[in-house]
Design a protein around this ligand. Structure first.
Ligand code: NAD
Length: 492
């Protein structure tokens, strides 16, 4: 049983999609695992005028939709929820919120701990932080911790302005900038794979590695998120955060221990070590594109510019591929190919590390390939050169496959549960420090600036794996994408 944590949790954006789909089920998971037990309360805030009863019903529905079936536990959990209609721009509302938090603190004997969750549009993050300070919501006793959702800014300058506003109220060790990829089991598994397997440590360098490939492919289009996506695009929505986190895990030096300080030290260095391109180099090494209409499995799907809420002349990238380099001497020169996009052939996040081939007593042999499946499947594949059965020296390619059982994956805590649990425990390991975010924005800004000067937008057919240029990027240097799915293939 996990250690119980007392807290009043204030949720800004309590009627929103994220709260409904992810956060209430995550809190329920923590309730079932005993992290939240008797001494906690959640205040949901949003503009709608809901009653506590109605809100509790919404919370109960949300956890049921996520698969919970224990009615007694659901009712006991939902009873800890209160609702306050709250306009985040109205200072008076914070006074009411403070009083309600104090009342619930007394009622549940919490002892002053507060968790503030900003689960609403980023334009409001600074306003909320400023009001939490001016209306003196932070408590003297207990902890005050802030969870802040992505996107954290739009570029370096806006991220810095947001950070300045937040750090006017919260200290760095009170701020938890969330990137839910860091809560994923298989993202965390990269560290165990790299640093708990001596043979892998021995080959994780430029002498042995030919290339590293990271794919975050989505099969869906922009769905109902066009309003947000039009301001972001794949580069800001996926590369600046999730892709960069994986790059750091794959290129960082070995941490001295698993403490948050030790991990952040090597991660920050990995971001500092990213090889900086000029704008001209960024244009050569990064490819963007937009999906066009196609028929996928007999169904017609619209192109990006035909989607609801998307401008007919939109210049938003729905696909990015690129070659990233690090100046870390261990891996200098090893290309890290990344790609991410919407309406690709299949949904999958996976990483492949290709080792160099070479001469052997068996003749010229292909290098090994190690693939880490992050989602939706979770596991590993290692390709080896093996002796063919019954023959003396003939080799064949063998695949050593391991996948976690789908049920075990389902039963493991979801990323949000793990991450909120970390915040309650005061563990910042899986959250972004400001200096890390600043570096990733600086890196991505060069690419956005290079693209902003170019009025052409390449395209790819919906259901494909991106434009030809994304393949040419690798072929130029005798590389090729390891994962080239077809619609007819079984899931990896
Ligand atoms: P949403 O639009 O569904 O919800 C926004 C919430 O903010 C609602 O509860 C709304 O009532 C409230 N709100 C809006 N204006 C307000 C005001 N003036 N005062 C008080 N409340 C107000 O948004 P969402 O999809 O839940 O996203 C929330 C945050 O989480 C965003 O930063 C988003 O980028 C991030 N995020 C969302 C997802 C997701 O799957 N939905 C995934 C990753 C990150």
């Amino acid at each position: 049983m996990s250690k119980e944590v007392n807290a009043v949790i204030i949720m800004f954006g309590g009627s929103g999609d994220l709260a409904h789909r992810k956060l209430y089920p995550a809190l329920f998971g923590l309730f079932q695992h005993g992290v939240l037990k008797d001494h906690f309360a959640v205040i949901g805030t949003a503009r709608r005028p809901w009653s506590d009863d109605h809100y509790q019903q919404i919370v109960a529905d949300s956890v049921r939709e996520a698969g919970a079936t224990d009615d007694q536990a659901i009712a006991a959990f939902a009873a800890h929820f209160c609702y306050q209609s709250h306009d985040v721009t109205d200072a008076d509302h914070y006074v009411t919120l403070k009083q309600l938090a104090a009342k619930l603190d007394d009622q549940y004997e919490v002892g002053g701990n507060r968790l503030y969750y900003m689960a609403m549009a980023p334009t409001f993050f600074s306003t909320i932080a400023t009001h939490l300070k001016s209306e003196e919501l932070l408590t003297e006793q207990g902890f005050n911790r802030l969870i802040i959702e992505k996107p954290f800014g739009h570029d370096y300058a806006s991220a810095k302005a947001l950070n300045d506003a937040i750090t006017g109220t919260f200290k760095e060790d009170q701020i938890y900038r969330i990137d839910h990829y860091l809560g994923k089991d298989m993202a965390q598994a990269i560290l165990a794979l790299r640093f708990a397997n001596p043979w892998l440590k021995g080959v994780w360098n430029k002498d042995y590695i030919k290339d590293i490939q990271i794919t975050l492919a989505e099969a869906v289009g922009v769905e109902e998120r066009a309003g947000y996506y039009e301001t972001a695009g794949a580069l800001r929505d996926m590369v600046q955060n999730h892709v960069m986190q994986l790059v750091a895990y794959l290129t960082m030096d070995e941490p001295k221990s698993l403490t948050p300080e030790a991990i952040h030290q090597v991660k920050a260095k990995a971001f500092d070590d990213l090889h900086r391109y000029t704008e001209a180099e960024a244009k050569q090494n990064f490819v963007r594109a937009q999906y066009t209409a196609a028929t996928i499995d007999g169904q017609a799907v619209p192109g990006y510019r035909e989607e609801d809420g998307v401008a007919k002349d939109s210049m938003t990238d729905t696909f990015v591929a690129g070659k990233i380099l690090t100046d870390n001497p261990n891996l200098a020169g090893v290309p890290i190919f990344i790609r991410t996009g919407k309406r690709l052939t299949r949904k999958s996040t996976q990483v492949t590390v290709t080792l160099k081939g070479g001469a052997s007593p068996f003749g010229q042999v292909k290098g090994n390939q190690l693939t880490i499946y992050i989602e939706p499947n979770e596991g590993y594949t290692l390709e080896i050169n093996a002796k063919k059965l019954g023959e003396t020296t003939t080799l064949e390619r063998e695949w050593l496959n391991m996948r976690h059982e789908p049920q075990a994956v389902k039963d493991a805590p979801e990323a949000y549960e793990r991450l909120i649990g970390d915040v309650l425990a005061g563990d910042q390991t899986n959250f972004n420090h400001w200096n890390e975010l600043a570096q990733t924005w600086r890196y991505v800004d060069v690419i956005s600036k290079a693209w902003a000067k170019d009025q052409t937008m390449p395209t790819y057919e919906a259901g494909s794996m991106g434009p030809k240029a994304a393949f040419d990027l690798l072929k130029a240097g005798d590389h090729d994408w390891y994962w080239q799915p077809r619609h007819t293939q079984l899931a990896d």
